[in-house]
Design a protein around this ligand. Sequence first.
Ligand code: HEM
Length: 140
Amino acid sequence: MRNLPTLFFLTAAIFALLGMIWGIQMSATHDHTLSPAHGHLNLIGFVAMSIFGTYYALTPNAASSRLAVVHFAVTTTTVLTLTPGIVLAITEQSESLAQIGSVLAVATMVLFGYIVFRHGVGSANTTKYPDQNIQSHPAQ
Ligand code: HEM
């Protein structure tokens, strides 16, 4: 998908905003009980998604693959299951959703590793010296 990097970054910004609002709420109430869930929302939802978005912006071949769209769906689903899953686990209601989210988180990273292995990093058209104006020995 052409706009996949944009999709990753927009989703990352939404997750970051939600995570920050949650952080402010924790600070205001002095109740940090759910901070691990907040941490995972920010780290997978914002940090990992932004790194993935950067990779796809640098590597258009990977971004245009179907597997990259699957990668976006699995990453988003990971955040949407793992975050409430950790809340349920901390409040001792259920561990099932956290377990599902954990498996999805691993799947996200396995997919990312496979896509990087398959497509490498960077544009396929990039030559060793893409900018013809760069001089290897600039005049003093
Ligand atoms: C408005 C922004 C934010 C606020 C107000 C906020 C607030 C908090 C608070 C109050 C805690 C609990 C600290 C404690 O109990 O010791 C916490 C923990 C944490 N936050 Fe944030 N946070 C914000 C943004 C972020 C971002 C952007 C990230 C990551 C990119 C992040 C990652 C974490 C992590 C990893 C923890 C520790 C979780 C744990 O070990 O339980 N936070 N945050």
